[in-house]
Design a protein around this ligand. Structure first.
Ligand SMILES: Cc1ncc(COP(=O)(O)O)c(C=O)c1O
Length: 376
């Protein structure tokens, strides 16, 4: 694509924003590199795809596509409210949880208002804050982990929001139960804590903070979940927030009325009902992760143990000369030519890293065969 300058008519902040680089779709890689077989391990989708029950629900809903969707998402919100035993006025649906991040900033960030964000936290928070002319209050993440003290002490009287992706993308690290409690005891009551739980279904139940209790207790907390990951419905763009009725009302006020499409709504309801399918996805991910770690150890590569369905990998084998390190972007390019799409991490300042989604067993094997050839 030829390089184009941004319109001078755009708001000044817009030209300063570095847009996010999305994972390349398979069809584009096939076309660009003239490849028949391409595997995509770049966007943390569920390699099993949607539950057959969700596909059936989509098929049944097709004849009604001429109608606008239910703008209130009545049946899906009711389903979620029953699942978590909360009233449905505490649930807001979004066009993916990405849109809910936007709604939160639109509803609560005036120019100059602050949000505490970890330096390696999911890109969407920083971009959305920039769009709103908000103030980003960066918190250190030593060793790619959250530091509750850094999150807490970065806040001041300008702070309106704290974002915590649990676990975080791209690091795969998370705030523990004790760290969450420590933080929640200190965060002022007028600050909204956003727990982005996009990978919640992959969690270890015994080690996961009970954030829902904070919402039930009336704290200013927003929990974000999505149907894009374990539910395999990323293409339909559907996520939800659980929060206080007052925050929900603010989000609904800025929300586009028909933000969640009708196929997404029926598919999500069916997906929530298919517990066996979710269990299968979780098990496959756990097995795949074990295989990843085994292979990474064999290749002498450092990685960050992950609480999600992807692994952040340092591409330079231990002992390789620091004077001439391989860059994650080079490895990404080389893998692309070989039909394997992963994600370079230089956008996060992690130049020696790639992030790789755990896929089907044979795709995982192909990835490691190709990676071994690329890193030599
Ligand atoms: C931490 C985190 N939050 C939110 C999202 C957005 O998910 P979606 O908009 O598809 O619901 C992602 C997607 O990768 C993510 O990793």
């Amino acid at each position: 694509m030829p390089y184009t300058e941004i319109s001078p008519l755009a708001r000044p902040i817009i030209s300063q924003i570095v847009p996010y680089e999305p994972g390349k779709p398979i069809s584009e890689v096939q076309r660009e590199y003239r490849l028949d077989n391409v595997i995509k391990l770049a966007s943390n989708e569920n390699p099993l795809g949607p539950s057959p029950k969700a596909l059936e629900a989509i098929k049944n809903a097709l004849p009604d596509l001429k109608f606008y969707p239910d703008g209130a998402g009545y049946y899906l919100r009711r389903k979620i409210s029953e699942r978590f035993n909360i009233p449905d006025n505490m649930i807001v649906l979004g066009n993916g949880s990405s849109e809910l991040i936007e709604l939160i900033c639109e509803a609560f960030i005036s120019p100059g208002d602050g949000a505490v964000i970890g330096i390696y936290e999911y890109f969407k928070y920083r971009i959305t804050m920039q769009i709103m002319n908000g103030l980003i209050q960066w918190a250190a993440m030593p060793g790619l982990n959250y530091d509750p003290q850094a999150l807490y002490f970065k806040g001041d009287d300008r702070t309106k929001l704290i974002f915590i992706a649990n676990p975080n993308n791209p690091t795969g690290t998370m705030l523990t139960i004790d760290e969450t409690d420590w933080l929640m005891e200190r965060i002022p009551l007028n600050v909204i804590t956003v727990f982005d739980e996009a990978y919640w279904e992959y969690r270890n139940i015994d080690l996961y903070p009970n954030t829902l209790q904070y919402v039930k207790d009336g704290r200013n907390v927003v929990i974000l979940r999505t149907f894009s990951k374990i539910y395999g419905l990323a293409g339909l763009r559907i996520g939800y927030a659980i929060t206080t009725p007052e925050i929900a009302k603010a989000l609904n006020t800025v929300r586009e009325v028909f933000n969640v499409n009708s196929l997404g709504q029926v598919a999500a309801i069916a997906a929530l009902e298919d517990a066996d399918y979710i269990a299968k996805g979780r098990q496959m991910n756990a097995d795949g992760k074990r295989f990843f770690y085994k292979e990474l150890n064999r290749l002498g590569l450092e990685y960050v143990p992950s609480k999600a369905n992807f692994v952040l990998i340092k591409v330079n084998p231990r002992g390789r000369s620091a004077a001439n390190p391989l860059l994650g972007r080079e490895v990404f390019q080389q893998l692309l030519k070989r039909g394997v799409v992963v994600r370079p991490m230089d956008g996060y300042g992690l130049k020696e890293y790639i992030r790789v989604s755990i896929a089907l067993p044979d795709e995982n094997e192909i990835f490691f065969d190709e990676l071994e050839l690329v890193i030599g």
